[in-house]
Design a protein. Structure first.
Ligand SMILES: [Zn+2]
Length: 301
């Protein structure tokens, strides 16, 4: 993946709460600065969106812990910087994903409301309760923010054995923004609680993967703040890397390799590795969100 050197970034879509002290009451420094042990990233992580969305209910408080310090993020002004640093790359990816959906909503006379991505370390108070690194990235419907500890991307490689690569960050962020889209469209309402191979949870997660693929299809034609496409190139290797990651965060892979070793489809919440790959591919090949109707199919792949 390559960004256009002279594309312009919009840093207002990301808030940097890293090191701002998610200690919950304590001062910022000790907890905020230290990772809670290297092995943190739980398997639970990827399971989170639903758990959280269920206890979120309506008017949860959305008091974030600490103060954002956007000095570093605000340095990210151009695509050239996105090519050079992870912070700027993730700002640019958030920009691209949201620009795509803004345009897509407008085409169907709907209004897309931008969601801020919150960078945090360790733990962070959210509108959906306390988020931690171990949960992996998540979207909170109550405050409409995406939360991510960027160490997740390293964890994907070291713990889940993923190949990694910059475009994987696009896949993961686009998946989380897929949940925002579902929230805006009302899809996530009434999906039913519970887990299982054909549960509402699995269908919702697979649809978010499909939406990520749809964005990937449009990535090189989606403009940044100054009208120039943010991303100039998505390679076959990038897509391969995204599919590799999808295969590492499937319920069956996680249960087999990072859990009990037994695959129990009754507790699936995200779908199998093959299904996650299938729906990303469906979105990527069609470029059409309408192809992502995981709720009205008997064949989840
Ligand atoms: Zn999800």
């Amino acid at each position: 993946m390559q960004f256009n050197d002279d594309a312009e970034l919009d840093t207002s879509q990301v808030q940097d709460y890293r090191g701002s002290g998610g200690g919950g009451g304590g001062g910022g420094f000790p907890l905020g600065g230290l990772a809670l042990g290297g092995g943190g990233l739980g398997i639970v992580g990827l399971v989170l969106w639903l758990v959280i969305s269920h206890f979120a209910g309506g008017g949860g408080s959305n008091q974030l812990t600490g103060q954002p310090n956007n000095n570093q993020i605000n340095q990210c002004k151009t695509g050239a910087q996105a090519n050079a640093s992870q912070d700027c790359r993730d700002v640019a990816l958030v920009n691209s994903i949201q620009a795509y959906w803004q345009d897509q909503f407008a085409r169907s006379s709907k209004t897309y409301r931008k969601a801020t991505t919150i960078f945090f370390t360790s733990r962070q108070q959210t509108g959906c309760g306390t988020g931690t690194t171990g949960m992996g990235p998540f979207y909170c419907p109550a405050d409409q923010h995406v939360y991510i500890d960027l160490s997740f991307f390293k964890e994907l490689q070291t713990r889940f054995g993923a190949t990694g690569g910059p475009f994987v960050e696009g896949y993961v962020l686009a998946h989380e923004y897929g949940h925002h889209v579902q929230n805006l469209l009302g899809t996530s309402k009434n999906i039913g609680k519970g887990s299982g191979a054909t549960s509402g949870s699995v269908r919702l997660e697979l649809q978010a993967d499909c939406y990520a693929g749809v964005w990937a299809n449009h990535a090189t034609s989606t403009p940044g703040a100054n009208g120039k496409p943010l991303i100039s190139n998505v390679s076959q290797q990038d897509i391969t890397n995204a599919l590799d990651t999808a295969s590492r965060i499937g319920d069956d892979f996680i249960q087999k390799n990072l859990g009990s070793g037994q695959v129990n489809s009754g507790s699936f919440t995200h779908g199998t590795s093959a299904q996650r790959q299938h729906w990303f591919t469906t979105g990527y090949q069609s470029g059409n969100p309408a192809s992502c109707d995981t709720f009205n199919t008997d064949n989840l792949g």
